[in-house]
Design a protein around this ligand. Sequence first.
Ligand SMILES: Nc1ncnc2c1ncn2[C@@H]1O[C@H](COP(=O)(O)OP(=O)(O)OP(=O)(O)O)[C@@H](O)[C@H]1O
Ligand SMILES: [Mg+2]
Length: 242
Amino acid sequence: MSKGIRVIAVINRKGGCGKSTLVRGLASAAIVRGERVTIFDTDSSKGCYGWMLAAKQLGNWNDRADVIHTFDPDEITATIEAINAQPPHDHLVLIDTYGGASEALDDVVLQSDLVVAPIRPGRNDFTETMETLIWHERLKGRVKNPDGVPDYRVVINGVSAEPSAIERDTIQEILASMPVIEEPIMERKAYKQVDGEGLLGAIRDNTRKGIVQNHLTNALDEMDAVLELLDEVMVSDVEAVE
Ligand SMILES: Nc1ncnc2c1ncn2[C@@H]1O[C@H](COP(=O)(O)OP(=O)(O)OP(=O)(O)O)[C@@H](O)[C@H]1O
Ligand SMILES: [Mg+2]
């Protein structure tokens, strides 16, 4: 089915929870589906922009993907408008943020169809993600049109293959108190490889058949499942408005 143009803002004030990893993974899944991808990297460290440059050098990039480094909400708006003005096509727009869920992000969020926060199953992540949720709720009180504030979902990230008792308890607590996407993201070497090397599908295609290639395929399947669930949320939001 045609998915059209969707804008996802990845936000969580907790550093290192996996925002950029999620952006890179979702971008990889969309590229394998044949979509176009635009990533706005709003982090001063240029994490995603640098990632694209390295990936291009290694031959692990795809022409249908682009990363734009900018802090300017007006530039983001103009670019999204230009994408919308193109003939209909499937296009995933991802906004990678730098942590602070502050009023500076209001404009960015209001242009999105969905806000997604990765959360690691740990105590600090829980508290800071709750604060991000509260920020999102308050945003509805700050803006002129509260209905224009996109929905919010949480994705559990970095789950170990054999979780400890504490990790399991925290996961239960997250499931009980936050709007969680059903597909968790596992702790995988493949995601670290993505950080340094490029798009998952491209790395996989450039890797010899074998265990490593299978691991990359598993990570890609996982990100595809997460994207599928996020798309379902966005579709039902559109239907609710109509
Ligand atoms: N599911 C995962 N499996 C393996 N490594 C992961 C996973 N998620 C994140 N990491 C690693 O954890 C580190 C931090 O992740 P990432 O950079 O995505 O976090 P972030 O939320 O973008 O951080 P920041 O707030 O600094 O921008 C990176 O080294 C990344 O490779
Ligand atoms: Mg980051």
